[in-house]
Design a protein around this ligand. Structure first.
Ligand code: ARG
Length: 401
């Protein structure tokens, strides 16, 4: 029986060419797999037809937008995950959901190998292949760009020679990856890290320098998940989409960073994640009133580690799963409303309310009705500073100060 390979297919030039390229290089039949994670653009049906026209024996398409929002974006929100304090893991969280569908398609169509269009320099090859190894340990991986010398020039020549139904003249100077959680743009002019991004780079966000009138929004959460916007019930996917529109119009969520890739290099990336950043901001502020201090402090370190694991392609790892259990437990009381003004590139919280809040007005107030017993502060401070004071006495004795 002819060997079969499933290919992560975007519908673009490189993966369209990869269908025939892999076929010629390996003699295998190629099954194209297209997964909708809210990247927009063409319909899944158009992508399916192109895959078949480019020589795929089967095409598997999946609308994974809700799955992606519920099972990948929401855990990222609950973690307030920002890699290196900046990046809401846009591409990093889309790979594992695509991997799930690749493995599923491999089973359905009897494939032995999984293929993706990544280069050998990035994080995404790692995320795909570590994910595939984990979910389908018997499956092999192949990357035509990296392993079968499929360069851009060769791709164009191949598409023209075979008359593939794909645009070869449009030259986008940037490498772009996008989904409903955000958009990532790199290469070209941006590789000079002193160059400011030009306006044409952005698509999810309007220029924050010329914002429309401020937009005030109330986001309601239940156990860490957005459930309503301005009182209207929403699904996680709808919450992200709605805030992509509204926060995007205000220029919220533009990020320009030089980040540490897993393969050891620093690279410049421009992100725009209006919905994600608006939601993370609101969610964090709700946590501030609903999560106990020590749990909150510890959660910040867990979140950082979580973001690193996810960035590094360890979505399906045991440690990531354990951290998920911790994060999930912290979300039990993260329910309530956050009011936020979005304007000029910023989303600023200006009100919060929750039935499970730990904010105690009577303890906090400086007005009458104060129930905080200030007389206890003196003794508390005495003991709180005790160990440093003892150590300091020792230092002075030893150093003869
Ligand atoms: N650097 C980001 C990451 O590793 C985004 C990569 C997305 N690719 C792109 N072509 N911009 O998660």
């Amino acid at each position: 029986m002819t060997e079969r390979i499933v290919l992560a297919y975007s519908g673009g030039l490189d993966t369209s060419v990869a269908i025939g390229w892999i076929g010629e290089a390996t003699g295998a039949e190629v099954i194209a797999v297209a997964v909708d994670v809210g990247q927009g653009g063409e319909s899944l049906e158009d992508i399916r037809q192109r895959a078949l026209a480019c020589g795929a024996v089967e095409a598997y398409v999946a609308d994974a937008r809700d799955e992606f929002a519920n099972e990948y974006a929401m855990p990222t929100l609950k973690a307030n995950a920002l890699y290196q304090g900046h990046y809401p893991l846009v591409s990093a969280i889309s790979r594992p959901v695509i991997v799930k569908h690749l493995v599923k398609a491999a089973r359905e169509f009897g494939a032995t190998t999984v293929s993706h269009g990544c280069t050998g320099k990035g994080n995404d090859q790692v995320r795909f292949e570590v994910g595939i190894q984990t979910l389908g340990p018997d499956l092999k991986c192949i990357a035509p760009v990296r392993d079968l010398a499929l360069t851009r020039d060769k791709a164009i020549a191949f598409a023209e020679a075979k008359g593939l139904p794909i645009e070869t003249t449009k030259k986008n100077p940037y490498s772009i990856d996008q989904n409903v959680w955000g958009r990532a743009v790199e290469t070209g002019y941006l590789e000079d890290i002193w160059n400011a991004p030009t306006k044409d780079i952005y698509d999810y966000t309007a220029t924050p320098e010329f914002p429309p009138a401020p937009d005030e929004v109330i986001i309601s959460f239940h156990q860490g998940v957005p459930v309503a916007i301005d009182g209207v019930k929403v699904s996680p996917l709808q919450a992200i989409q709605e805030l992509n529109r509204r926060a995007g119009a205000q220029g919220v969520g533009r990020i320009d960073v030089v980040e540490d890739r897993l393969v050891g290099i620093k690279s410049r990336e421009i992100y725009e994640a209006p919905g994600a950043m608006a939601l993370i901001t609101a969610h964090k502020h709700l946590e501030d009133i609903t999560i106990e201090r020590e749990q909150a402090r510890f959660k910040a370190t867990v979140s950082q580690r979580w973001a690193e694991l996810v960035y590094d392609g360890q979505w399906f790892s045991p440690l990531k799963r354990s951290l998920d259990a911790f994060i999930e437990d912290t979300q039990k009381y993260v329910s309530g409303d956050i009011r936020m003004t979005m304007h000029g590139g910023q989303a600023i919280v200006n009100g919060r309310r929750s039935d499970t809040s730990l904010y105690d007005f009577d303890l906090a107030t400086y007005d009458t009705g104060d129930t905080f017993d200030q007389s206890q502060a003196k003794g508390f401070i005495e003991l709180w500073g005790m160990s440093s004071k003892v150590a300091s006495r020792r230092d002075q004795r030893v150093q003869g100060l």
